[in-house]
Design a protein around this ligand. Sequence first.
Ligand code: NIG
Ligand code: FE
Length: 424
Amino acid sequence: MKSGNLIIINAAQLVTCSGSTAKKGAAMKELGIIENGALVIEDGIITRVGSTETVMADIDKSLYEVVDAAGKAVLPGFVDSHTHFVFGGYRAEEFSWRLRGDDYMDIMNRGGGILSTVQATREATPEELYTSGYQRLTDMLANGVTTVEGKSGYGLDTATELKQLEVMQAIDSHHPVDVVPTYMGAHAVPPEYKDRGGAMIEAIIQQALPLVKERNLAVFCDIFTEKNVFSIEESRRLMTAAQEMGFKLKMHADEIVPLGGAELAAEVGAVSADHLLQASDEGIRRMAQENVVATLLPGTAFSLREKYARARDMMEAGCAVALASDFNPGSCHTESIPLIIALATLYMGMTPEETITALTINGAAALDMADTIGSLDVGKKGDVIILKDPSYHFLSYHIGVNVVERVIKKGRLVMDNRHQLLNQ
Ligand code: NIG
Ligand code: FE
């Protein structure tokens, strides 16, 4: 996507989230706010940040698109660092079964759940996956999301995993939102590998991972470390091998059962461990020590009616906490950032400031990109959102409602949510 030259002036609050690394523990409260702020973006990169008066002192306005944010808060674009947005089919009936009391893992163990999306994704053409994935990314952009991590994992066989990753690569090159791809061939055990998870991991290491690497289709490698899915030993084997091949690591850890996933993420030096509903005290301590970003996904706990991750304990232990949607067709079919913020504040005890850090600079850190996105600092990508309201508090206060008015990606205005009445 092309980059632009743009100036934003008169931001009632310029919420910079300033920083180039993850914010840990108490530092998550710091938002680096500049009142009546302004910023300049040149060729898609932020070149000046400060008060409107100082930033505009010697600027030739005719060279830029000028956006007047009078009376509004301006923030970095959100980073949704954990999603599964490329998939075939839907699981609307499964949601009704779960409402009626069926268990998420039981549904998967009888061939539904993730495995039913695997079937639909294997059958989908690349064009179908592209069209639906592209539209989902646009819906995320409307929520203020400017960078999205996307996982494969609905193929499980090498051909379909590569198909998912290639679709993500194609979407990335045409859509304003940046896509960071993750290979997650170890997302579930398909019938052909039933009770042979170890053999599946070996096949991934020998066949799939080298191809993914050779074709440069993924930055991260991820695994579902869970009872009846992949064990700690199998996870250690895959994570270590993937790291040796040059992949960065993520883990779905301690989601349903406390298996020691957080501890393993710390041991192998994962960039993030995600879910963590059941993470132990020791796992939390080790993540803080080893700088593993704790990526919490409250939409999933909400949708599965599980207890929420212990965000406060994690921050008190000195962890960097990120928040993400986990958008997927099963356990969490929502891309709603407003819902994630509402759950984080009202049910996980996070402050409005902490939720913003978790969705910006710490989301960037969960992708190992805190040096290029996630804050309004000179040298970073010009990814910016303008709210409808004068302060960042409205993100949590206006419960479950999208208060993002406009989105700027690499210095270009790409989304305007101001609704217009038709046929008046
Ligand atoms: O992050 N936990 C495993 N994987 C996904 C769910 C995927 C699905 O249900 O389709 C998750 O929740
Ligand atoms: Fe997930």
